[in-house]
Design a protein around this ligand. Structure first.
Ligand code: SF4
Length: 393
């Protein structure tokens, strides 16, 4: 299947004004055993305080109202955890500062069991036109292991409801759950192919330090899927997308024609973006800003009239260029030599001559039409490719 060259929504220079906004909504019903995101589980009473703090953050950090943006992404956590009135307020807060057209991409992450007709009306009114559903699996046993509160029928109902108002519906699926076989994963992919969606993201289950799943591995109750099985599962996802005629456009992302997630492409292209909410990161003017991840610290700082930034890092140009190359390679269309050198004022392999030559010799990187891109083997071993680029000596 030919790979399309995806383009960023508009701007590409890191010093231009951001055209993408991320809003972190840090609430979930319950913390899944594998999750280490910045969020509050079972503390919905903090939602009004969060909304007031978010309004204050936008007032403090964005000097001009009405900034035009091309993509807005409500992520979490679980933004659909908010009720209709709270979502109305959330959308109003963001609209007070940013404006966008009907063609813009407005995404919201949702739990399938939160989706019902009233919520759909609220999302449609708020301008949401892309919904990313955290399905994770269609198997009851796997969903139970992953501590998810929905079943396959709930996913199908949620997709139907979302299709009634959104122009794009995406599913997230996880592979490599404890005890999952290649055949089990094949059934999940088959079910996903039968569902009328436009986009699929597949993630390998990771066992992050400090999570309950990590502790179960430490106690010897579970063992992560072995490397060969994980590679086979990943390759099965590639084959499944190809069977559907979809484009594999980023390591974990598959889409029907013209249905790539433009917001995420902003990140992979290294374009500037705003991020608001606890733990959210921004990249503006060559500077990476990260907010305090604790919701209470975030709220307290804003209630005291202080910005909630915890770290601010100005990336020196060589570092920024290397990071951009490493993250840009996540896109299967790769990185264009000429665009890269125009943007960064240095050739793509400046200081990386040996590293890139070695990665090519090991069949991890290839070059076609002056674009540097991952090979099939490089896709499977991306972490090693990125590490070699970020630490070339
Ligand atoms: S629903 Fe998603 S964000 Fe919330 S705890 Fe589970 S994995 Fe984490």
């Amino acid at each position: 299947m030919a790979l399309m060259v995806a383009s960023a929504p508009t701007e590409s220079a890191e010093l231009s004004a951001p055209r993408a906004v991320y809003i972190h909504v840090p609430f979930c019903r319950h913390r899944c055993g594998y999750c280490n995101f910045a969020l509050e589980a079972g503390r919905d009473y903090l939602i009004p305080r969060y909304l007031a703090a978010l309004r204050r953050e936008l007032e403090l950090r964005v000097s001009a109202n009405g900034c035009r943006v091309d993509t807005v992404y409500f992520g979490g956590g679980t933004p659909s955890r908010l009720d209709g009135r709270q979502l109305d307020e959330l959308f109003a807060i963001v609209r007070e500062t940013f404006s966008w057209s009907a063609e813009s991409e407005v995404s919201l992450e949702a739990n399938p069991s939160d989706i019902h007709q009233d919520l759909a009306r609220c999302l449609a009114q708020g301008g949401v036109n892309r919904v990313s559903l955290g399905a994770q699996s269609f198997h009851p046993d796997k969903l139970r292991i992953l501590e998810r509160d929905h079943d396959a029928a709930t996913i199908l109902r949620a997709v139907d409801i979302c299709r009634s108002f959104a122009r794009s519906v995406s599913l997230d699926l996880i592979f490599g759950a404890p005890g999952e076989s290649l055949a089990d994963w094949g059934l999940d992919l088959q079910r996903a192919r039968e569902v009328p969606i436009d986009h699929l993201s597949t993630y390998e289950l990771t066992f992050e330090k400090g999570t309950r799943f990590w502790n179960r591995v430490l106690r010897g109750e579970w063992s992560p899927a072995n490397e060969d099985l994980r590679a086979d599962m990943y390759e099965l996802a590639l084959d499944s997308a190809a069977q559907r005629g979809w484009e594999h456009y980023e390591i974990s992302s598959f889409a029907a024609v013209d249905m790539q997630c433009l917001h995420n492409i902003t990140y992979w292209n290294g374009a500037p973006f705003w991020g608001f909410g606890p733990g959210a990161a921004s990249f503006i003017g060559g500077c990476r800003l990260t907010n305090h991840a604790s919701l209470l610290t975030y709220c307290r700082r804003l209630e005291a009239g202080l910005v909630p930034t915890q770290t601010s890092e100005h990336l020196e140009p060589v570092r920024a260029a290397r990071e951009q190359l490493a993250i840009g390679l996540r896109m299967l269309c790769g990185v264009d030599r000429q665009e890269f050198s125009h943007r960064w004022g240095r050739p793509i392999d400046d200081g990386l001559e040996t590293a890139i030559a070695e990665l090519q010799a090991c069949d991890l990187l290839q070059e076609n039409d002056a674009r540097l891109k991952l090979t099939r083997r490089g896709i499977l071993l991306y972490d090693g490719v990125a590490a070699r680029i970020l630490a070339p000596h």
